[in-house]
Each structure stands twice: as C-alpha cells, then as structure tokens.
Write a protein of this length. Structure first.
Length: 259
C-alpha cells in the first residue's frame, strides 16, 4: 500500500475547474501587434480623409462643368442675338476674328524644303494626319501661310474640341505619351494653372485662356485616322476643290471623318 503522502491531487479552484498556468506572450509579439494596430488605424484614417477629399473634388468639378456649360450657352445665344439685331436693322453682323485653329498635316515628308520642315516641327506636326491646336495671331498665321500646301486648317467648334480631347486625348508627362484616363493626371501637372479636370482643359483650349500654352503643350499632338471616304486632292487648295489650306468652319466636317 502507498503512503498518503505519495498521493498527489490536482489543485482545484473555487469554481471546481483545474487552474492552468497561461503561457506568457513574448514581448516582441506584443510590440508587433501594437504596431500593426496603429498602422491599421492610420490607414483607415487616411482612407476616410481621401474619400472626403474625392467627394469635395467631385462636387467642385461638377460645379465648374455646370458654369462652363452656362458660359458656352450664353456665348452661342449672344451670337444669335447680335445676328438677329443686325438683320432687323438692315445691317450685317460680322463675328469677331477666331482665336483658335486646328491644324492637320495632310502630306508626307518627300521633297519638303528646310524652312517648311522647320515650321512643321514648330507646329509639332511631324507625321501625316497629326493634328494640333494653334492660337491665332500675326506670327502663327504667317507660319500657317508658309506650310499651307502641306496642311488643312480651320476654326473648330466646341463639339470638335471636346470630341478630340475625350476620344484622342493623350498627355505629355515626362516626355512620355500617357492616355488621358483620369482627372488626377491633369491635376498633378496643371493645378498651378487652375486646371484640375478634363472640362477645365477643354475650356482653356476652346476659349484660348491665359494658360493656353501650358494646356496645349500638355496635350500630345492628336494622331488622327485617314479620313473616311478619302481626300479629294491634297496638292490643290480647298477653294479650288482640293484639301490643302484654310477651310474655316468646314474643318469640323473633316475632324468628324478623321476622329
């Protein structure tokens, strides 16, 4: 028989369950958990702040687009009103000289003189069917006259400007051709000019604002398709039944066929 002193009984707590000694958590693990929790809280805080910022920006962009729409409508209605007033008085209404032109290169590189080649480079028209916006002044009109046999140009309307930028818009960021997919791309580069979205860019180009040069240089030259239905005669001026030279508001028809 065993002695009673040899028998060992488990220690029982007041609830009747066996008391187990919990393993101690390593200090490094506790630190890691705390750091992870702090990082998570910080990330959630940043996400919430970013959401608020995006929401406020969306509201601002919407308001700007609304104001631009109102401005374009007023401009259009003012032109109609002036035309009607002049007609009623038995006069003619002569609209203001256009400030914006869209230039498309329609001929290749063979047999191009150095002066013409240089002007085409300055206009950023290095390939056939490339197009760019140009601010019209005395110097730019003289440049267009020099290269007139190689280009088709005219005065684009709002629809043409909008369709070109939305459909064919590429941006020049760090000398790279980046597709225009997000407003943040514009904001990062042109925020200092007060341009934060596509509608701002369209407004700046169409109205030829004070930041036109920055906005236009930010856009990569448009790479257009060859016109649907083909061309009539590249070597002849538009007024003689060809394609080259100034075609005023008829450029919009050509843009539709090439866009």
């Amino acid at each position: 028989t065993r002695r009673s002193s040899d028998l060992s009984f488990p220690v029982v707590n007041m609830a009747g369950t066996e008391a187990k000694k919990l393993p101690s958590v390593p200090e490094s693990l506790i630190k890691r958990r705390k750091a992870f929790a702090a990082m998570k809280a910080n990330r959630i805080k940043k996400t919430v702040a970013l959401k608020k910022l995006r929401k406020s920006k969306r509201k601002l962009i919407y308001k700007r687009a609304e104001s631009y729409h109102k401005e374009y409508r007023q401009m259009y209605r003012r032109e109609i009103r002036m035309f009607r007033m002049a007609r009623k008085a038995g006069n003619y209404y002569v609209p203001a000289q256009p400030k914006l032109a869209f230039v498309i290169r329609i001929r290749g590189i063979n047999g191009v003189s150095p002066k013409v080649r240089k002007v085409l480079q300055l206009l950023r028209l290095r390939q056939i069917f490339n197009g760019t916006f140009v601010k019209l002044n005395k110097a730019s009109i003289n440049m267009l006259k020099i290269v007139e046999p190689y280009i088709a140009w005219g005065y684009p309307n709002l629809k043409s400007v909008r369709e070109l930028i939305y459909k064919r818009g590429y941006l020049k960021i760090k000398k790279q051709r980046i597709p225009l997919t997000d407003n943040s791309l514009i904001e990062n580069q042109l925020e200092k000019c007060g341009i934060i979205c596509v509608e701002d860019l369209i407004h700046e180009i169409y109205t030829v604002g004070k930041n036109f040069k920055a906005a236009n240089n930010f856009l990569w030259p448009f790479k257009l398709s060859s016109p649907r239905g083909g061309m009539k005669k590249k070597t002849t001026h538009f007024v003689e039944g060809g394609d080259a030279g100034n075609r005023e508001d008829q450029i919009n028809r050509l843009i539709r066929r090439m866009n």
